[in-house]
Write a new protein. Structure first.
Length: 134
């Protein structure tokens, strides 16, 4: 499934260097190289950068069904310091209804270690949202 158009429309994700690796119905995987500009004062991944990486995977997965889906709730738990060369976020659909969808996103480093766990809920508008309608 080609959802690259969705990422191309997100200037902030582009600024952080977030890439879309995979996408399918209710699923997305993103990656972000952990440059010095994305580290906090302790020299590890900035929490805001990690959140944004997860949020992008969440948004792609939620919008992959062709309906405009907007976040109404999101939370993150940081479980390990964000270290390594690259961080990955993998979003999986947990529940999909007519108006709401829930997603679980796991953020890992390039050693496969969990860095954070993110959960998000979207409201699905009754409005088409595809490459052609965006």
């Amino acid at each position: 499934m080609d959802m690259q158009w969705f990422l191309d429309r997100d200037a902030f994700a582009g600024l952080l260097g977030i890439r879309l690796l995979e996408a399918g119905p209710g699923y997305a995987k993103t990656a972000m190289d952990l440059t010095d500009q994305l580290k906090n004062g302790a020299g590890i991944a900035h929490g805001g950068a990690v959140f944004t990486l997860a949020d992008l995977a969440f948004a792609v997965a939620a919008n992959s069904h062709g309906k405009l889906s907007l976040a109404v709730a999101a939370s993150i738990s940081y479980v390990k310091a964000g270290k390594g060369k690259t961080l990955f976020a993998e979003a999986r659909e947990v529940s999909l209804g007519g108006k709401m969808g829930t997603y679980a996103i796991t953020i890992t480093n390039d050693a496969g270690e969990a860095v954070a766990a993110f959960q998000g809920t979207v409201y699905r508008k009754d409005m088409p949202y595809t490459r052609e309608t965006a």
